[in-house]
Design a protein around this ligand. Structure first.
Ligand SMILES: [Fe+2]
Ligand SMILES: [Fe+2]
Length: 306
């Protein structure tokens, strides 16, 4: 059953929540000492991946001519920021941050943020509209779910229940938009695909490849099976493959093929991706991209819903 964008907007407005709705001091902040370090770096990256999503939606809101879709994207932008802030609040609850400390993301996340910051606004709707759903199924929505198997804290479960219901709406819209993009005439789709070979897009792919393998390493570092990430990535081809419009999008096939390589641990692709993680790991701190100024919007404070 397809939901119209207008109906989706109503659902989104109804689903709004705020950090103030959660009792951050409730009992049960049980983090085992052996999981503290792995969880801390995983959460730090997660906070920033939410911000990558937020930045992507802000760019998408400017790309579409449809006023309802633009408003949906503005809500999604605010929701991703809320996810980041809720995750910061959880980190504070678990004693991982002091006062208003903002955690540092890993270098691959920093490079991804830098790319989005400098290129997202000039990327086409067809490029952004394909990249964002891939990021959402593989990272944004999926990583949060992995934590639920690891962490006992009832507040964490409460937060992620809310985040997951936001994410299910993000995915519904992401894939609906992919389907709409794929309904364009073939000639237009091919011209757009040609435009995707823009150097900025290729640089973006160069950021994305090590980012995924780095997050896989983080998942392993948390003691979780990497197959969880692969199952999440398979969902992109699975969900997109059900829609006739999406299947017409050349970018969808590029990302689906890439996802197949990622989930095949024996594929030579991993030699490239793993060495890219190593090489980027050597970039000295002062040469790494700076945390962007909009990071000042990050706060663990329980502000009210937008
Ligand atoms: Fe999110
Ligand atoms: Fe999302």
């Amino acid at each position: 059953m397809t939901v119209t964008l207008e109906e989706m907007l109503v659902k989104i407005k109804r689903g709004q929540w705020a950090l103030a709705d959660i009792d951050w001091d409730a009992p049960g902040a049980n983090i085992r000492p052996d999981q503290f370090d792995g969880l801390k770096s995983f959460m730090a990256d997660l906070v920033w991946i939410e911000n990558i999503g937020a930045r992507g939606f802000a760019a998408l809101a400017k790309k579409t001519d449809d006023p309802v879709l633009a408003e949906i994207y503005r809500y999604f932008h605010a929701e991703e920021q809320r996810h980041a802030n809720a995750e910061l609040a959880l980190m504070r609850r678990w004693g991982m941050l002091s006062d208003d400390e903002i955690p540092e993301p890993n270098v691959n996340v920093k490079l991804g943020i830098k790319w989005l910051d400098s290129c997202a606004d000039s990327a086409s709707l067809s490029v952004l509209g394909t990249i964002i759903p891939m990021l959402e199924v593989a990272l944004d929505g999926a990583l949060v779910k992995f934590l639920l198997d690891e962490v006992d804290d009832p507040v964490c479960h409460e937060v992620f229940r809310r985040i997951n219901s936001d994410e299910s709406r993000h995915l519904a819209v992401d894939f609906q938009v992919l389907d709409m993009l794929g309904a364009a005439p073939l000639r237009k789709l091919l011209v757009q695909a040609g435009g995707s070979l823009h150097p900025k897009v290729l640089i973006g792919i160069g950021m994305y490849i090590p980012l995924l393998n780095k997050m896989r390493d983080n998942i392993i570092g948390m003691g979780l099976p990497e197959e969880k990430l692969y199952a999440a990535m398979n969902r992109f081809a699975e969900i997109g493959g059900r829609s006739s419009g999406t299947k017409r999008l050349p970018m969808f096939h590029v990302f689906s093929t890439h996802a197949k390589w990622v989930v095949d641990r024996g594929h030579p692709y991993h030699l490239l991706a793993d060495s890219m993680v190593k090489v980027t790991g050597f970039i000295p701190g002062p040469l790494q991209p700076k945390i962007p100024s909009w990071a000042k919007e990050l706060t663990y404070e329980p502000v009210n819903a937008a």
